[in-house]
Design a protein. Sequence first.
Length: 142
Amino acid sequence: MGEALARVLVVDDDEVIRQLIAVNLQLEGFEVHTAVDGQECLETVAEVAPDVITLDIMMPRLDGWGAALQLRQGEETRDVRVVLITARAQGDDIRRGEDIGVDAYVTKPFDPSELIRVVRELAGIDGAGVERSEESSRTAAG
């Protein structure tokens, strides 16, 4: 099938959701790795070097908020694109995510095609599976 579009780390403590996300991304041509909670995410990110991380909020050991914050504070991980996948998408939650620096939200229950669209966008891939140039990629003003 050729080279993967991008490398994605899928983090969710619910095995069914984790596998649903992983399979949908794999079918689209992404290289997918998984972790069961925020702590495993932080342990895995150094060896996997993902382009995008999908991150649940409510997880044991280390929740998505804590994992996202540590990713943003890390020298090697501060630029990794982070998508929070959560049932918690109220105004306060969105503001908290913005303060931490997450790149996108997908609300549970979600349409897999919407998640794929968001991941493709954050990975800088257009609809034809071609990486966009730096000039055409949107960058967040910080």
